[in-house]
Design a protein around this ligand. Structure first.
Ligand code: TXA
Ligand code: MG
Length: 347
């Protein structure tokens, strides 16, 4: 298949002046797949009402078919077509946190979307992205767009057009090029089908940010270590680069743990660089412990680059202490890594 590339980078504020906008809309209407930028990661979009189109998403990604998709909207009134009436608490959270990097799982009203989108569940995940191009595009096509991350299943999510192109060129009808995703990690997924709500996947919108709006509305249970995944996607291995990746919780005695560090990369905050073995290659994750927004933004980009750099045989990444704002990045790191150092494990 010939994959079209739509470069809209000069149309951030006025996408409707882009000359090929109708071609993108038509591609969606004909059941084609279009990868599009959002503020979290690029998504692989299709008309969520069209079962053949949604089927193609699973094929293009090589994704297990029981893993449900997030439906993207540009206006809350679209929800009336395919969700049960939204309860007041969820409504309030949507009002305050949308458009933005959070998806809500709410009860599904059957009949409008195709069954495959929700993987046969009685609930549906919904999100309104804030990305200027992503949002204008959703507005222009004016249909519910099912979109998982636009990567091959099991690979790190794409945060740039180039990442999407590498994985999906020849497998999808088109890719919208709209610069690097600002957040860099997938949205927070909040399961609102029971109360208190549960974080099914941590993201840039943290538990404390949600509870600033509605105190104590999120279950305290540490869901990330639970054996039973809430989001079906949690049971699949995700985000793994080809390069072996180890999380470092302590630098103590590290220098002598291997004969040579020449072909090793250390991905650490700038203020930890002096602790890294001398010959190793340094990759900047962020400035310091507090600079989590930068670390989130950079993580997948760094993981993608690891696999294209032949001088790097293995990589070591700085493990942050777990806090409200580090939950998301540590969740992704743990899925990408094979080992830990500093928790009693050896290299
Ligand atoms: O930031 C994002 O959320 C990106 C962009 C493109 O919006 N999308 C994304 O989609 O990350 P995906 O398909 O890669 O991840 C969706 C997650 C999966 O873990 C899936 O299992 C879970 O949400 N999910 C979707 N619908 C669900 C439902 N009804 N119940 C439980 N989990 C659900
Ligand atoms: Mg994904």
């Amino acid at each position: 298949m010939d994959t079209k590339v739509w470069d809209v980078r000069d149309y951030q504020q006025n996408l409707n002046q882009y000359e090929n906008l109708d071609e993108i809309k038509l591609t969606f209407e004909r059941g084609g797949l279009v990868a599009l930028p959002t503020e979290t990661v690029y998504g692989l979009g299709a008309d969520a009402r069209n079962s053949l189109a949604v089927e193609k998403i699973y094929k293009a990604k090589g994704r297990p078919s029981d893993n449900p998709l997030i439906v993207h909207i540009h206006h809350r009134r679209q929800l009336e077509d395919f969700t049960e009436p939204i309860n007041d608490k969820v409504e309030l959270l949507m009002e305050q946190l949308w458009p933005g990097p959070i998806s809500f799982i709410v009860p599904l009203k059957r009949g409008f979307l195709c069954e495959r989108v929700s993987g046969g569940l009685s609930s549906i995940a919904v999100r309104m992205p804030s990305h200027s191009i992503g949002r204008q595009l959703l507005q222009y096509v004016d249909m519910p767009i099912a979109a998982p991350s636009a990567n091959l299943s099991g690979k790190p999510s794409p945060t740039t057009f180039q990442h999407v192109y590498k994985d999906l060129n020849g497998r999808v009808e088109g890719i919208v090029n709209g610069d690097q995703s600002e957040e860099g990690l997938e949205s927070t997924v909040l399961d609102c089908t029971q109360y208190p709500f549960r974080i099914a996947r941590p993201g840039a919108i943290t538990k404390s940010m949600i509870e600033k709006i509605i105190p104590d509305c999120v279950d305290d249970q540490e869901i990330l270590d639970s054996e039973k995944p809430i989001a079906p996607g949690m049971k699949y291995k995700h985000y793994a680069p080809e390069t072996p990746l180890t999380i470092i919780n302590s630098f103590e005695g590290l220098e002598n743990a291997k004969d040579t560090w020449n072909n090793s990369a250390f991905i650490v905050p700038d203020d930890k660089q002096s602790l890294v073995p001398k010959q190793a290659q340094l990759i900047s994750l962020c400035q310091n412990e507090e600079d989590i927004k930068t670390a989130n933004h950079n993580l997948y980009h760094i993981l993608h680059d690891l696999d294209t750099n032949e001088a790097i045989q293995d990589a070591y990444i700085y493990g942050f202490e777990k806090r409200d704002d580090t939950m998301a990045i540590m969740n992704r790191m743990e899925k990408a890594a094979d080992h830990h150092i500093g928790k009693g494990d050896n290299v």
